[in-house]
Design a binder for this molecule. Structure first.
Ligand SMILES: N[C@@H](CCC(=O)N[C@@H](CS)C(=O)NCC(=O)O)C(=O)O
Length: 218
């Protein structure tokens, strides 16, 4: 099976959940990062470097033996099944993982909405509401789910899944200081989320990936 993941040249959770899942599972894949002319063409027409058109003119897109499909969750699940980080025969466990990925989508959407206004003053207010109301509410939901799983520090059962990787990278972005109006202390009050982050930061394959691809831990 030949797998190519198309995404932009950034370590964003939408792609990183799949890149890391494949890397952890020792599944070979091409990590195609769209930039330069490829990027301009994609932005104008939705055309990918393999000449196919992205179904929603968005990334990520996965190419599996010449067949393509999009959407972060669909791609992460497909690759998670290959790498052993998503169940093949346990619908309930799969749904528990799915709800976290969908939660990540909801959080991402709130962040996107809060950054849309071109008016600086209105954007500042939107970001303030994001940082003081929306994010704390969603972090608490995630914190509760982590606490409910008494089997491990992960979201579901005993082991790492794509749910953990998605939230790990999403949280890394949210507390990075890159988002205007969202302080780097935003996660300080969430013990279980921090434990999850620390554990994944210590994962030898994650360390190796980060070092090899980005030259640092992010
Ligand atoms: N629902 C999609 C959203 C994907 C998405 O928003 N991708 C962004 C990059 S993070 C994109 O391709 N934006 C370009 C565009 O919308 O023109 C998913 O889950 O993958």
């Amino acid at each position: 099976m030949k797998i190519t993941l198309y995404y932009f040249k950034i370590p964003f959770w939408r792609a990183e959940v799949t890149r890391l899942s494949l890397y952890i599972g020792d599944i070979p894949f091409e990590d195609y990062r769209i930039q330069g002319d490829d990027y301009d063409k994609f932005k104008k027409t939705g055309e990918l470097p393999n000449k196919k058109i992205a179904p929603f003119k968005q990334l990520p897109v996965l190419d599996v033996d010449g067949k393509i499909f999009a959407q972060t969750g669909a791609i992460a699940r497909f690759c998670g099944k290959l790498s052993g980080l998503y169940p093949k025969n346990d619908d309930y466990k799969a749904a528990l993982i799915d709800q976290i990925i969908e939660g990540a989508q909801d959080i991402n959407y709130l962040v996107t909405l809060s950054g849309r206004d071109k008016d600086t003053e209105r954007k500042k207010i939107a970001r303030d509401i994001l940082a003081t109301k929306h994010l704390p509410k969603w972090f608490q939901f995630l914190e509760n789910l982590l606490k409910q799983n008494t089997k491990s520090i992960y979201f579901v059962d005993h082991d790492l899944t794509i749910a953990d990787l998605a939230i790990w990278r999403l949280l890394g972005w949210l507390k990075s200081g890159m988002l205007d109006g969202v302080p780097t202390t935003i996660l300080d009050n969430y013990g279980s989320l921090n434990k999850l982050r620390e554990e994944i930061n210590k994962n030898p394959k994650v360390i190796k990936w980060m070092d090899q691809v980005y030259g640092k831990t992010i």
